[in-house]
Design a protein around this ligand. Sequence first.
Ligand code: AMP
Ligand code: GLY
Length: 423
Amino acid sequence: MDILVIGSGGRESAICWSVAKSKSAGRIYCAPGNPGTSKYAGSVDLKADDIKGLLKFAKEKKIGMTIVGPEAPLVAGIVDVFEAEGLKIFGPNKAASQMEGSKAFTKNLLKKYKIPTADFGEFDDSLGAMNYIRANKKYPVVIKADGLAAGKGVIIAANESEALNAVKDIMDNRVFGPAGSKVVIEEFLFGQEASILAFTDGETVLALPPSQDHKRIFDDDKGPNTGGMGAYAPAPLITPLMAEKIKSEILLPTVAALKSEGITYKGILYAGIMMTKNGPKVLEYNVRFGDPETQAVLPLLRTDLVELCLACAKGTLSFMKLEIDEKAAITVVLASKGYPGNYENGFEIKGLDAFDGMKDLFVFHAGTARKDNRVVTAGGRVLDVTAVAKDIRTAIDLVYKNIDKVYFEGVYYRKDVGRKALI
Ligand code: AMP
Ligand code: GLY
């Protein structure tokens, strides 16, 4: 069957790479795609949020399965639109996508069904939020804009004046745009974070190996937050026993809670988990594959990705099993100089074919473009170099021994991706 992948980042590059290995995949398209996805998938000149255009394309080409990468089209209801036309699509519908689209929705659901998460208050006026902060007095405290804010929208305030300013910035000055019409104020959780990406059809949950993102720009988790500078899997922080506990006490109860609310969640459920001294707690849910976690996790997946997507869409996931390579993978993001602040685009990328034909080293394109037969930088996060090896130590050595073979002016990457796994 023909497949359409929606998106254009490193995550979508890894999805296209994985789909290309599927026995069920015929022609593969990626909208809009990038020079990296074009190795596996024909690029379609449609933006990821052009739902009408994508629907028309999928109908014309008789696409058998559409896989949605980013959250924006999911939250906007692309799944409802495709399903209404009888098209198969992988991802949660609009109601289910509130799990990422509204922090207040998720927090209230978790509270109602007693699923472990940080204590919180929800406010749609700044006065109420400020009174709560003044009465609460526990620091740090976490202030979150309610709606989608492109991975931003979370402020960790060290004291009362920072917390009050955060509320003013989010609600009165709307620094994160309309997402600031409501805030969630949360207890700060101490611990290490892990990402659990799980396939679900609304009943069965099959979790991929746990991974860890590296959100800060500099080594040792210093500097401002980014979209993610690297990831590795499996994260030893989550032992197999703990993974079972997270599945039975968090993931399964979450899909069951949604079901009780009349919502069948289909697609990837991505849990951001904080391992606290009182056990795992939900930091957030995302409704799609993580970026860059996917670039480290999919290379470990042996089961056919297209078959998994179909089973989620059809509600037959209980007949599937996840086969996972007993190996480790690491992905390191090559970023433009200046990211996550201002940066320049258009630098030629050299060495992109350095790992061609290799089974344990890959370059996934994230922010790249083609210009006069050359591939140039076209984003803050430009490329993801992934290595797979028998264990995490070997994977780290492999990636860092080879990473400089791919090069562009001003290239920056973290040197400590995966180090936490060795402690
Ligand atoms: P979110 O988008 O809700 O995951 O928040 C982004 C990041 O902020 C998380 O990955 C955590 O690093 C941090 N964070 C969010 N909520 C909390 C919390 N309650 N306690 C500690 N850190 C948090
Ligand atoms: N790795 C963070 C995210 O995908 O949201």
